[in-house]
Design a protein around this ligand. Structure first.
Ligand code: SF4
Length: 83
């Protein structure tokens, strides 16, 4: 639980620790448990706690990497660039 699998460019299956950094989100996507109108309180994981947890799982080879995601705490910056 909390470990997902992905594939490396060479085809190897790798285990990643999947962490939600925060469920605080300004958006209100109706299908999402983290939407702004949710009734549960927002939580956030302190960065150093995530780093320590990742290292603690990495050293004994439980994982090979970290997959972190989060809600959108503030308005996202939209940048349009020209190629
Ligand atoms: S976390 Fe993503 S999917 Fe969920 S409400 Fe925010 S923007 Fe929408």
């Amino acid at each position: 639980m909390g470990i997902c699998h992905s594939y490396a460019p060479d085809g190897r299956c790798i285990a990643l620790l999947k962490v939600l950094l925060t469920n605080a989100c300004n958006y209100d996507c109706l299908y999402c448990v983290n939407r702004a109108s949710r009734t549960s309180p927002a939580r956030a994981s302190p960065s150093m706690k995530v780093v320590k947890l990742t290292i603690d799982f990495y050293r004994p080879h439980y994982i090979e990497g970290l997959f972190s995601s989060s809600g959108i705490i503030a308005a996202p910056i939209t940048r349009w660039s020209r190629w």
